[in-house]
Write a protein that binds this ligand. Structure first.
Ligand code: NAD
Ligand code: DAU
Length: 355
């Protein structure tokens, strides 16, 4: 049997592929466009594994996706491929609409064409699992209850609007065409192989290179942080046990302000890589992100009850593993922090004069 993942050269997809191959003998095919966020270095150790195949390409290339379905006959698709960074969606929303909305639509159509031709038993066993985000639900005030699966969508950024649109297309392909879909809406992930434009790897990288740690606004925005391998385990569990047409919220019950997260990183670095200054002295307040969502929080009651999934890592254990991984993998970090990365830093941070 075979599964097809898209976006497997990105942060979560690469972790998913490693865990999949460690856990199962089932073949895994990875369709990835290799944007700035896609990195085959993250998959170097499995590149020669006979159970793994990489195909460079766009989920929006219907002919290519149709060919892969015909060649590989996957029993499931897991759609990780997306433009995923909120700040980039503010600087250039077009790519987000193209990949997250049009690309997902195109992949749904290729999957539907393949699925319709399957023999009955395989048709009912087929799954299209769409990996989405808690950001589709919008922003919470401090006293609001956490997001449940029935919370209305209120996306606020170009990124979350494009993901919300893709979730709606996935839902509609089930309700109208009967495609057996599943959707997961997860909170903020952290862990190995995350591109250092996102909060946690950016702060680790800046700290060890002695650069300022840029905190947007007052640093009191709240996110619910989940270790990436717990998210991957949740996706495997939903693929195995999820009810077709349902959505599942995935979260760590671990709400923290950005300042708390950055102080936690600094404390671990103070211990593992002591510097003459304390790392938290590098914290610098900068201009806020436009439309910055104040708080996200996930109510994971449904996935706990129906799928029996719970995270294995606490934030304390997961963040320590993460800092240790970045300290031990300087080559990987060097490989992604040249070229395009420095142009991005200029674009995003130069104009953010210290607040
Ligand atoms: P990422 O940006 O690290 O990786 C995205 C991957 O998709 C890259 O390998 C990129 O090359 C590939 N890609 C982009 N456009 C493509 C296209 N048109 N065709 C094929 N491949 C393409 O993202 P991530 O953080 O690994 O997120 C993966 C998925 O999980 C996304 O759908 C994201 O919305 C969702 N998600 C992320 C988080 C998080 O905290 N990172 C949380 C919840 C949900
Ligand atoms: O909630 C799930 C989402 O989490 C995913 O869907 C997205 O793909 C993922 O990128 C992430 O979105 P965020 O916008 O929450 O992540 P980011 O790491 O960009 O920012 C986390 C918080 O840290 C946010 O409140 C903004 C703040 N921040 C971020 C950066 C990059 C800073 O204060 N300074 C920074 O330099």
């Amino acid at each position: 049997m075979t599964i097809l993942v898209t976006g497997g050269a990105g942060f979560i997809g690469a972790n998913f592929i490693h865990d999949w191959l460690a856990d199962s003998n089932e073949r895994i095919v990875n369709l990835d466009k290799l944007t700035y966020a896609g990195n085959l270095q993250s998959l170097a150790s499995v590149a020669e594994d006979s159970r793994y195949r990489f195909v460079k390409g766009d989920i929006g290339d219907r002919a290519l996706a149709t060919r892969i379905f015909a060649e590989e006959k996957p029993r499931a698709v897991i759609n990780f491929a997306a433009e995923s960074h909120v700040d980039r969606s503010i600087h250039g929303p077009g790519e987000f609409v193209q990949t997250n909305v049009v690309g997902t639509f195109s992949l749904l159509e290729a999957a539907r064409g393949y699925w319709l031709e399957l023999p009955e038993a395989e048709r009912s066993a087929f799954r299209f699992l769409h990996v989405s985000t808690d950001e589709v639900y919008g922003s919470l005030a401090a006293a609001d209850p956490a997001f449940t699966e029935t919370k209305a969508f209120e996306p606020n950024s170009p990124y979350s609007a494009s993901k919300a649109a893709s979730d709606h297309f996935v839902r509609a392909w089930h309700h109208t065409f009967g495609l057996p879909v599943l959707t997961t809406n997860c909170s903020n992930n952290y862990g190995p192989y995350q591109f250092p434009e996102k909060l946690i790897p950016l702060m680790i990288h800046n700290a060890v290179t002695g650069k300022p740690l840029p905190i947007y606004g007052d640093g009191k925005n709240v996110r619910d942080w989940l270790y990436v391998r717990d998210h991957c385990a949740a996706i495997r569990a939903v693929l195995a046990k999820g009810v077709v047409g349902e959505t599942y919220n995935v979260g760590g019950k671990n709400e923290m302000t950005n300042l708390e997260v950055v102080h936690a990183i600094c404390a671990i670095l103070d211990e593992l890589k002591p510097a003459s200054h304390g790392y938290s002295q590098l914290i610098t307040y900068v201009k806020d992100r436009p439309g910055h969502d104040r708080r996200y929080a996930i109510d994971p009651a449904k996935i706990e009850r129906d799928i029996d999934w719970r995270p294995a890592e606490t934030f304390a254990s997961g963040i320590r593993k993460t800092v240790e991984w970045y300290l031990a993998n300087e080559d990987w970090v060097c490989g992604v922090t040249s070229g395009e990365y420095s142009r991005w830093l200029d674009k995003n941070y130069k104009e953010r004069v210290s607040a």
